[in-house]
Write a protein that binds this ligand. Structure first.
Ligand SMILES: NC(=O)c1ccc[n+]([C@@H]2O[C@H](COP(=O)([O-])OP(=O)(O)OC[C@H]3O[C@@H](n4cnc5c(N)ncnc54)[C@H](O)[C@@H]3O)[C@@H](O)[C@H]2O)c1
Ligand SMILES: N[C@@H](CCC=O)C(=O)O
Length: 542
C-alpha cells in the first residue's frame, strides 16, 4: 500500500473497580475459579511451537496458598536456548521486512483483545500466580499492559517520522533499521505488564526476541504469549524460554548475533549481564544495547509543612500495596518529630496493623503474600536483624507466617541511625523504616538521604511550602528518576510518568516512552544526490 499512515491516538485505559455485584467482578471471579482448577503445562514457545524445556521441573504455585500448584514449568537447557536463538534469527528477515503498520496492527490488536475478551484471563492469572489483589492486577496486567502496547505504537510512529534535513540537490533520509541480530528480554516476577513489554517493544520495531520470564511469573507469561499469538504474532518473533535463566544466558550471551538486552530485575543480575557482555565483547558482531531497570530504595521525605493526611495515605499505599514488591515502593521515610509525635506514628501503626493480607481471591483483602520462600526468608532475616538492633524499634507488624502462604505482616519501624543498612538495602517486601528528626535538622537530613543508598529510582517530597519544594527538588535532582511532589512514589502511568531510575537503579531508558524505543533501532543515513559532481577539482584550484 502506498500511504503515510497515522496511528490511533492513545488514551490511558480506564481502571475498572470490580465493586460487589458488578458484572466485571462476577466474570473475573468465574475466570479465577476456572484457572485455579487447572494444572497447566507451562511450556516454552519456540518458533511458534509449545514444548517443555529439558531441565528439571519447577512447580508454579499460588504464593498465598503455596500447596496449590497452578502449573509446572521446566528449566531451559543450553540446547533449548540454542533452539530459541536459532528461531529468532530465522524469523528476523521476514519480520523486519514487514511494514511497520503491519507489525503495529498486531500489537494494537493485542491491546484491544486485552481490553476486551482477554482481560479477565490476564488479571486472574496475575492474581493467582503473583498474589496481586484485583486492583493491583487491574492496574498492571490490564491497564498498564494495554497502555504499553498502544503508546509504544504512537511513540514508534513519531520516531519513524524523525528525518534529517536536506540541502538543494540532495535528499537525506533515515532508514530506521531494527538492530542487526536478536534481543534478549529477561523479565521480573512482579509486573505482568513489564514482562510483556520487554519483548514487545523491540519486536514492534522489527527485532526478533528470546524472552525469559521469571519462573514465578510463568503462569501469567504463559497467557501473555497466547495473547500475542491470538493477535497474529508470527512464529519465531518472540521465543519464550522458561526457568531460571542461568543456562539460557550461557548460550545467549556468547552468541555473535546478540544485539541487545532488555532487562528488568535486580541490580545484581543486571550487573552480571553487563559484566558478561563486557567479557565477551570481542565475540559480537556489534556492541549489544544494554537496557536495564533494576532495584530501588525509594524514599519519602516529609517537611514540617506537609499535609499529614496525604502523607499518611502515601506511606501506607506506597509501602504496603502489593506487599511492598514494587521497585517503586516506599521503604525509607524521613519524618519531622513535630508530625510524628503529634499523631502520625500512632495513626500509621494503627492503619498498618489493620491491613489484611490473605487470599487475593477474597476481594476484601488489602494484599496477598510475598512471591516465594526465598523472598520470605529474606524478609524474616531483615525483621530479625531490625529487632535485634538497638537503633531500631518495631512500631507495627514485624511478624511473618509461611504455614499456608508466604505472609509477611506490614511492618513499620523507627530507626535513629539514618545510615543503618535498613536504609540502604532493598528488601522488596512490606517493610518501611522511618527516621524521625528534629525539625530544625531538615536540610541536613535531606542531604544525607540524597546519597545514602546506591539507588536512584523513585522518591517523594511532602511539603506545602513552595520555597522548600523548590530547594529540596534541586537537592534531590539526581536521587530519583521518578520524583513525586505530594504523592506516593508508586503507580507511574504510561505516557504520564515515564518510568525508570539511574545510579544502581538502571540505565533510565524510561519504559513506555520514545527514550526506550530508540534503543531498539539502528538508523541508516541515506544521502541521495540528484545531479552528482562530475569534476574532482575545486574552484580554489583554478
Ligand atoms: N526499575 C524497574 O523498573 C523495576 C521494575 C520491576 C522490578 N524491578 C526490580 O526487580 C527485582 C525483583 O524482581 P525479581 O526478583 O524477578 O528479580 P531477579 O533479578 O531475581 O530476576 C529477574 C529475572 O532475571 C532472571 N535471571 C536471574 N539470573 C539470571 C541469569 N543468570 N540469566 C538470565 N536470567 C536470569 C530471573 O529468572 C528473572 O527472570 C527488584 O530488585 C526490583 O526492584 C525493577
Ligand atoms: N511502574 C511501577 C513500578 C514498577 C516496578 O516494580 C510503579 O510506578 O509503581
Amino acid at each position: 500500500m502506498d500511504a503515510v499512515f497515522s496511528v490511533p491516538e492513545p488514551r490511558n485505559e480506564p481502571v475498572r473497580n470490580y465493586e460487589p455485584g458488578s458484572a466485571d467482578r462476577e466474570r473475573l471471579q468465574h475466570r479465577l475459579t476456572e484457572l485455579a482448577a487447572d494444572r497447566l503445562d507451562l511450556s516454552m514457545t519456540i518458533a511458534g511451537e509449545q514444548r517443555m524445556a529439558g531441565g528439571e521441573a519447577i512447580d508454579v504455585v499460588q504464593p498465598h496458598r503455596h500447596a496449590h500448584v497452578l502449573g509446572v514449568t521446566h528449566n531451559a537447557t543450553n540446547s533449548d536456548a540454542q533452539a530459541a536463538v536459532t528461531a529468532a534469527k530465522q524469523a528476523a528477515p521476514m519480520w523486519r521486512a514487514l511494514p511497520f503498520e503491519e507489525r503495529a496492527a498486531i500489537f494494537l490488536r493485542a491491546a484491544d483483545l486485552l481490553a476486551g475478551p482477554w482481560r479477565d484471563t490476564l488479571n486472574a492469572a496475575t492474581m493467582l500466580g503473583q498474589s496481586k489483589t484485583v486492583i493491583q492486577a487491574e492496574i498492571d496486567s490490564a491497564c498498564e499492559l494495554i497502555d504499553f502496547l498502544r503508546f509504544n505504537v504512537h511513540f514508534a510512529r513519531a520516531l519513524l517520522e524523525e528525518q534529517p534535513i536536506s540541502s538543494p540537490g540532495v535528499w537525506n533520509r533515515f532508514d530506521h533499521r531494527p538492530l542487526e541480530g536478536f534481543v534478549y528480554a529477561i523479565t521480573p516476577f512482579n509486573f505482568t505488564a513489564i514482562a510483556a513489554n520487554l519483548p514487545a517493544a523491540p519486536a514492534l520495531l522489527g527485532n526478533t526476541v528470546v524472552w525469559k520470564p521469571a519462573p514465578t511469573q510463568q503462569f501469567s507469561a504463559h497467557f501473555t504469549m497466547r495473547l500475542f499469538e491470538a493477535a497474529g504474532l508470527p512464529p519465531g518473533v518472540i521465543n519464550m524460554v522458561t526457568g531460571h535463566g542461568v543456562e539460557v544466558s550461557e548460550v545467549v550471551l556468547a552468541d555473535r548475533d546478540l544485539a541487545g538486552i532488555h532487562f528488568t530485575g535486580s541490580t545484581k543480575v543486571f550487573q552480571y549481564l553487563w559484566r558478561t557482555v563486557g567479557e565477551n565483547i570481542e565475540r559480537y558482531r556489534g556492541y549489544p544495547r544494554l537496557v536495564g531497570e533494576t532495584g530501588g530504595k525509594d524514599f519519602v521525605v516529609a517537611h514540617p509543612s506537609a499535609d499529614v493526611d496525604a502523607l499518611h495515605t502515601a506511606l501506607i499505599r506506597g509501602a504496603y500495596e502489593y506487599q511492598g514488591q514494587k521497585c517503586s515502593a516506599a521503604s525509607r521515610a524521613y519524618v519531622p518529630r513535630s508530625l510524628w509525635e503529634a499523631g502520625l506514628r500512632d495513626r500509621l501503626a494503627a492503619t498498618a496493623e489493620s491491613l489484611t493480607y490473605g487470599d487475593v481471591t477474597d476481594f476484601a483483602n488489602f494484599g496477598g503474600a510475598v512471591i516465594d520462600s526465598r523472598a520470605f526468608a529474606r524478609h524474616t532475616a531483615a525483621l530479625e536483624m531490625i529487632k535485634s538492633d538497638d537503633s531500631c524499634r518495631i512500631v507495627a507488624g514485624g511478624t511473618a507466617d509461611d504455614s499456608v502462604g508466604w505472609f509477611v505482616r506490614p511492618t513499620l519501624f523507627e530507626c535513629t541511625d539514618a545510615a543503618h543498612e535498613s536504609f540502604t538495602t532493598e528488601y522488596f517486601g512490606p517493610i518501611l523504616g522511618v527516621h524521625v528528626f528534629a525539625d530544625d535538622r531538615f536540610d541536613e537530613v535531606v542531604a544525607q538521604a540524597e546519597s545514602v543508598a546506591p539507588y536512584a529510582l523513585t522518591g517523594s517530597l511532602f511539603a506545602t511550602d513552595r520555597r522548600v519544594i523548590d530547594s529540596v527538588s534541586a537537592t534531590l535532582r539526581y536521587a530519583a528518576g521518578n520524583y513525586y511532589i505530594n504523592d506516593k512514589p508508586t503507580g507511574a502511568v504510561v505516557g504520564q510518568q515515564p518510568f525508570g531510575g539511574a545510579r544502581a537503579s538502571g540505565t533510565n531508558d524510561k519504559a513506555g516512552s520514545w527514550h526506550n524505543l530508540v534503543r531498539w533501532m539502528s538508523p541508516r543515513t541515506i544521502k541521495e544526490t540528484f545531479v552528482p559532481a562530475t569534476d574532482h577539482r575545486y574552484p580554489h584550484m583554478d
